[in-house]
Design a protein around this ligand. Structure first.
Ligand code: HEM
Length: 558
């Protein structure tokens, strides 16, 4: 139970993101059926109409089962954590508002699954269920706990989540449909009708954002001065990238469709919308795990502090010694006392998961800054060599993934100096600390994508005619980049000082956003092999890497 409670903070954000995505896919698929497939099937040929309804039905079934699973897991573990921390009787925990909200969502999902078993699922009852599901979901949100302006905040949350489901939640159903064999006219009709739903979705999201600003943020200072505000701002950046992709799709469907051949491009852009969308849901889950900015009038970071922290300093080229760091230094002191007093058990300076924050001194800050700066230089080298490789004129440059192996080893060794291999705390024991777990996951991610990307480049070297015939290994890099971005956007820091934690977060959020953009660019390059957007994309992700390296080399913690 202790280990579970230690990791629950991080787990709950990941689970909640899964829950938000599954719910949105289910509601989005139902909207796709009721507002697009059924009305459009009357204008298409019977076989194409049946194909469209079939795709919507499959998306509803997927969304329904995923919602049942994700919501049961997220609410179930939430209830266990509640019982574990507050020692509540099970009956009381089951009465918690998030559990009741989850039960409502699951009941709607189960009913939707039953209705979707029919060959032509009934659209109206399903649309009513989708609205009920959103109401149940909103009853578990921040808005429900507001004393003042509860109703307007419930309304803002409802339209925001409805908009999210209509646009991003419907994408899997659209992608399933776009994979089918269509006449150009039918494909253009499906896409054009979907862009109307997407525009309505954007309207709902933006209307919600206005409500959130008025109710939960309330001042520009709260945007950069609180974690809630900073994450909302990061969402806006990714939202803008999504709008650009949405615009490209709109132009494809309304301006260039006659030219034909738009379908593969449309599919590629929709896939990128999904990648960015998944990370936006990650931020949404992280956002609702912290109090709204308006509830934190004190302890805000000032613009002056951010400006001061943003002043570039020369990167650290030398690391402080390990023994000077907070935990090793305290351990050495405790060991000396222990040896002097021959106590039975050797006292430990820091026990992961005990809920106490580790002792930190100026050397710890220097150590962390040195880690970021050195990682920055490695990522800079990777970005520059990858740019050389993009010229297709420097054969050795295709081996840039090997540089990442060095970075992975560096991060594994140094990201948590209190733990194995440098520190006293055993590897497994150290994983009780969510931050250590995330760091180790990140290093593992770097190794996985370095090895697979290098194997892809070696194969390309041997058989230059690989164009368009890339295996699944080629997709590990963009997926790992997107996952890394997701982790950076959704992860927390065990720093006592809220302002310090935010100043660190303010440097990690743009890192995460840049990683997501880079992942999309690499995805477009792979999927659109030889096309114009692929030729542009192959320069975009190395530039994102160079941008990321700049943030790392200029990173400061004091
Ligand atoms: C495609 C774009 C977007 C999607 C799919 C999306 C999705 C979501 C979802 C599903 C939630 C609910 C989380 C929950 O209740 O647990 C949420 C919450 C939130 N979103 Fe968005 N969002 C998007 C864009 C934005 C933008 C651009 C902003 C701000 C500028 C924003 C600000 C917020 C805020 C502040 C919350 C938390 C509300 C609360 O505290 O309950 N969102 N978003």
């Amino acid at each position: 139970m202790d280990l579970f409670l230690d990791l629950y903070g991080f787990l709950s954000v990941v689970l909640h993101a899964g829950e938000l995505m599954a719910r949105s896919v289910l509601v989005g698929a139902i909207a796709f059926l009721g507002l697009l497939a059924v009305p459009l099937s009357r204008r298409l040929s019977p076989s194409e109409g049946a194909m469209l309804i079939g795709a919507a039905r499959r998306a509803i079934l997927w969304g329904g089962w995923l919602t049942l699973g994700a919501v049961a897991l997220s609410a179930g573990l939430g209830a266990v954590a509640l019982i574990g921390t507050l020692e509540l009787p099970v009956s009381r925990a089951l009465g918690a508002s998030f559990v009741l909200s989850a039960l409502g969502v699951m009941a709607c999902a189960a009913l939707a699954l039953m209705l979707a078993r029919r060959a032509v699922p009934p659209a109206l009852p399903l649309l009513a269920l989708a609205l009920l599901l959103l109401v149940a979901a909103v009853s578990g949100s921040h808005a429900m706990s507001r004393v003042e302006d509860r109703l307007p905040m419930l309304a803002a949350t409802f339209v925001h989540q409805a908009g999210a489901a209509l646009w991003l939640g419907g994408l899997p159903a659209l992608l399933l449909a776009l994979r089918l064999k269509w006449s150009v006219a039918a494909a253009q009709a499906v896409g054009a009708r979907y862009s109307v739903l997407a525009v309505a979705g954007v309207g709902g999201i933006v209307a919600g954002v206005v409500g959130y600003y008025l109710g939960y943020v309330q001042s520009p200072e709260a945007i950069y001065g609180t974690a809630y505000g900073a994450m909302s701002a990061t969402k806006s950046v990714l939202f803008s990238a999504l709008l650009l992709l949405g615009l490209a799709n709109w132009l494809l469907l309304h301006r260039f469709a006659q030219a034909g051949g738009f379908l593969p491009r449309l599919r590629r852009f929709v896939e990128c919308e999904l990648i960015i969308g998944i990370c936006i849901f990650g931020i949404a889950a992280s956002l609702t795990a912290v109090p709204p900015a308006a509830d934190l009038p004190d302890d805000r970071v000032t613009w002056a502090e951010i400006a001061e922290r943003a002043v570039p300093h020369a990167p650290r080229l030398a690391s402080p010694s390990h023994s000077d760091l907070g935990i090793p230094a305290l351990q050495a002191q405790l060991d000396a006392e222990w040896r002097a007093r021959t106590q039975s058990e050797r006292p430990q300076a820091f026990i992961p998961g005990e809920g106490f924050l580790p002792p930190r001194n100026a050397f710890d800050i220097a150590w962390s800054e040195y880690n970021h700066h050195m990682s920055g230089f490695v990522v800079l080298a990777v970005g520059l060599v990858a740019l050389l490789d993009a010229t297709r004129r420097v054969p050795w440059a295709r081996h840039w993934p090997l540089l990442f192996m060095g970075l992975a080893a560096f991060l594994f060794m140094r990201s948590d100096p209190e733990a194995w291999p440098l520190g006293d705390i055993g590897f497994l024991e150290s994983l009780r600390d969510p931050e250590v777990l995330q760091h180790k996951l990140l290093s593992l991610l770097v190794v996985v994508f370095a090895i697979s990307e290098w194997s892809v480049r070696l194969r390309e070297e041997k058989t230059s005619s690989l164009r368009g015939k890339r295996g699944p290994a080629a997709y590990v890099f963009p997926i790992a980049m997107a996952l890394g971005g997701f982790l950076l956007l959704a992860h927390t820091h065990a720093i006592a000082n809220v302002r310090e934690a935010l100043l660190v977060e303010l440097s990690h959020l743009p890192l995460g956003a840049a990683a997501v953009i880079a992942a999309c660019a690499r995805w477009l390059e792979l999927r659109g092999d030889g096309t114009r957007e692929a030729r542009v994309a192959r320069w975009v992700w190395p530039c994102c890497l160079v941008f990321i390296s700049g943030l790392l080399i200029l990173y400061r913690e004091a």
